[in-house]
Write a protein that binds this ligand. Structure first.
Ligand code: UGA
Length: 440
């Protein structure tokens, strides 16, 4: 099928390349011309395992190309909206400027091909009610239908999550309208995925929008829950990893997303819970999601706690050499948006510490975000001379560090494990002073 993907950020770029990989003829569109140029050259604008491969495969087969010109997407049968919805500068809510601008531009293009059946499929994370408003405008054009089809991909697993999702959600204007051709058209797009028996859930537009934000809010709540228990463990002298392991074995609870530590960051969970709070308040049901403010507060407190621990261990931070392991918000990603590691690093800098940050992938992005940040590519160089080491993003190479060897590099053997991934007994046996969130 002829497909366009409008907005080729993380989600859109992966979606475009994945759709080409399924055999469709795909054009990706973005107003960022530099990004379009890189993509057309087969260069991934972000670190994502497997992405560059399918990108290049699509470009080579000429079933995938990127443009900044809306006229190039005019003849597509299906248009996916993959635009970002960041947090607004003036509050907690989602900024819908990019989505709105794309829909307006699309309406202009589609008006010219009046009558041809066209499906617009929203994938962006939006406040409930957005799709219905967009549908009112788009569906004034003869033959145009809007669906909402949220995306659940995780960074680091984006290609796999797109091509092998655990479920596909179809939001439609009226789930009982038998004449509506939308779901049938999207079935054709996703045919190879659906043939594998992937569950496909059809529901109203509002429910589909809510599925996405509810899923992210639940995941954030689960992380903050275990981090709240970590706070208690610190006072009670218990080990949160023992608590998490034991409660996780109850399959009603499940062991995933119970890793205590510096908490969640990234371009999704933090802004999505805030936008969810704002949208509930706008609807007059703010009380329903009031608990998410606490989820956010617990998450922020874990960052404060690391700074406090550093002060406990070093006293005055001014001039002290601190090495931060990790800059990205999670391993296998170069994304530094709302990264706990970077926020902690910049707070230590503000307290006068001599901070060096290392990361296998994210240093260029980290420098762009925090001007003046001192970054060191080589792990051993970064560790050399440190008076305190902070492990804040659990890249494999940091989890596998040998305490004996690292001790020979640092000036003072002190470490804070902000992700609960080191064995404190091993490190103490090698002469280290160890502090870990939620552990005695
Ligand atoms: C998240 C969701 O997991 C995806 O399903 C969703 O599609 C995506 O947001 C989105 O809305 O686009 P992602 O932001 O890639 O995906 O990251 P996660 O793997 O969810 O991790 C989020 C944060 O939680 C990371 O900072 C991670 O370190 C932290 N985390 C995760 C914990 O602190 N503890 C855990 O047990 C798990």
């Amino acid at each position: 099928m002829k497909i366009s993907v409008i907005g080729v950020g993380y989600l859109g770029a992966v979606h475009a390349a994945s759709m080409a990989d399924l055999g469709h003829d795909v054009v990706g569109l973005d107003v960022d011309e530099q990004r379009i140029e890189r993509l057309n050259q087969g260069e991934a604008p972000f670190h994502e395992p497997g992405f560059e491969e399918i990108l290049r495969r699509g470009l080579q087969a000429q079933t995938l190309r990127f443009t900044s010109d809306y006229r190039d997407v005019a003849d597509a049968d299906v248009h996916f909206l993959g635009l970002g919805t960041p947090q607004r500068a003036d509050g907690l809510g989602a900024d819908l400027t990019y989505v709105r601008a794309a829909v307006d531009a699309l309406i202009e293009v589609l008006s010219a091909r009046a009558g041809a059946p066209t499906l617009v499929v929203g994938k962006s994370t939006v406040p409930v009610g957005t799709a219905r408003l967009l549908a009112a405008d788009l569906e004034q054009l003869d033959g145009v239908h809007l669906m909402w089809n949220p995306e659940f991909l995780r960074e680091g697993f984006a290609v796999q999550d797109t091509l092998e999702p655990d479920r596909i959600v179809y939001g439609v204007s009226d789930p009982h309208d038998e004449q509506d051709p939308s779901a049938g058209i999207l079935d054709e797009v996703y045919a190879p995925i659906l043939e594998r028996g992937t569950p496909r859930l059809v529901m109203g537009l509002e429910a589909a929008e809510l599925v996405k934000v509810s899923a992210n809010a639940f995941l954030a709540t689960k992380i903050s829950f275990i981090n709240a228990i970590a706070e208690l463990c610190e006072t009670a002298g218990a080990d949160v990893t023992d608590v998490a392991r034991a409660i996780g074995m109850d399959d009603r609870i499940g062991k995933k997303f119970l890793r205590a530590g510096v908490g969640f960051g990234g371009g999704c969970l933090p802004k999505d819970i805030r936008a969810f709070i704002a949208s509930a308040e706008e609807m007059g049901t703010g009380h329903s999601l009031a608990f998410l403010r606490e989820v956010d507060a617990i998450n922020q407190r874990r960052r404060d706690r690391v700074v406090e621990l550093a002060q406990d261990m070093l006293g005055d931070l001014a001039g002290r050499r601190i090495t931060v392991l990790g800059a990205s918000f999670k391993p296998d990603s170069d994304d530094v948006r709302d990264s706990p590691a970077l926020e902690i690093a910049s707070r230590l800098m503000a307290a006068g510490a001599d901070v060096r940050v290392t990361d296998p992938q994210a240093l260029a992005n980290a420098q762009r975000r925090i001007p003046g940040l001192v970054t060191v590519d080589d792990l051993e160089d970064a560790l050399t001379g440190a008076e305190l080491v902070l492990l804040l993003t659990e890249w494999r190479e940091y989890r596998d560090l040998d305490p004996e060897h690292v001790r020979s590099l640092v000036a003072q053997p002190r470490i804070i494990d902000g992700r609960g991934v080191l064995d404190p007994a091993d490190w103490r046996a090698a002469g280290w002073e160890v502090a870990a969130l939620g552990r005695p």
